[in-house]
Ligand binder design. Structure first.
Ligand SMILES: Nc1ncnc2c1ncn2[C@@H]1O[C@H](COP(=O)(O)OP(=O)(O)OP(=O)(O)O)[C@@H](O)[C@H]1O
Length: 239
């Protein structure tokens, strides 16, 4: 049984099918990358998985249970963590406090939550900033904090939405190094990134979508060479 399964999921906003009959699985320990041009439905897929929006039709299963009817605030409890394309830290709290809030999902003990948060802050390379207010951090560190907050909830499936967007090449490399460390810890990840090189290097499989529908799914090399993927990214002349 797959850890995660989306079955024929559809999301319509008025007349627009943002996600149109997508089906895919994610195996335990796997990294699935989702690629597609702007507006192709990647963030909507994340919002459907985290029950931010109700499905128009289809089903979502996690650990063998149907979860698409679960209230959004319970999704994290079930073991699905996510970051947002637009980062949303608790601005007036420090880095450590932000991560501690996440850790409270799994414990009522302040000491245990703080200990867990310290470990994760360290893992994400944020130790020297742990007493900084979140609002004072530059974007690259706020993005790292976003990952740390999600990790603190001890997810079994982590969804990373454009962690490298807005970062310069050096900051992107640092973010990728953290994502690789998370991968090496055995975490199951669904990742959306615009930088193809990042997606090729980090994903076990890639799901390519356009207009909310699947173009293809498979190993990174196969997907990158697929004529429809090349066409979606570069236009007809290159396919
Ligand atoms: N809340 C909403 N209401 C109406 N339409 C929406 C909503 N959210 C997304 N859409 C539409 O659904 C489609 C898919 O958008 P989505 O943000 O999922 O794409 P994306 O692949 O994540 O784009 P990007 O790469 O630019 O972040 C777009 O046409 C978008 O305008």
């Amino acid at each position: 049984m797959s850890l995660f399964e989306a079955k024929n999921i559809v999301k319509r906003f008025g007349g627009v099918a943002a996600v149109n009959d997508l089906s895919f699985t994610v195996e335990k320990g796997e990294i699935l990358g989702i690629i597609g041009p702007n507006g192709s439905g990647k963030t909507t897929v994340f919002n459907l998985i985290s029950c931010f929006f109700p499905l128009t039709s289809g089903e979502i299963h996690f650990k063998g249970k149907r979860i698409d009817q679960v209230p959004a605030h319970d999704i994290c409890n079930l073991g699905i963590g996510r970051t947002f394309q637009v980062v949303k830290p608790l601005k007036r709290m420090t880095v450590l406090e932000n991560v501690t809030v996440g850790a409270f999902l799994r414990t009522n003990s302040m000491a245990k939550a703080k200990h867990k948060a310290e470990e994760i802050v360290d893992f994400c390379g944020l130790s020297q900033f742990k007493d900084y207010e979140a609002k004072s951090l530059p974007l690259a560190l706020r993005k790292r904090l976003e990952i740390a907050r999600a990790l603190a909830t001890e997810p079994e499936l982590l969804m990373l939405d454009e962690t490298c967007a807005g970062l310069n090449p050096r900051e992107s490399e640092e973010a990728i190094a953290i994502i690789k460390r998370i991968r090496d810890s055995g975490m199951t990840i669904i990742i959306v990134e615009h930088i193809m090189k990042v997606m090729m290097g980090i994903s076990d499989r890639i799901l390519a979508i356009n207009f909310g529908s699947q173009i293809t799914i498979g190993k990174p090399q196969e997907v990158a060479g697929h004529p429809e993927v090349i066409k979606a990214y570069l236009g007809d002349d290159h396919a």
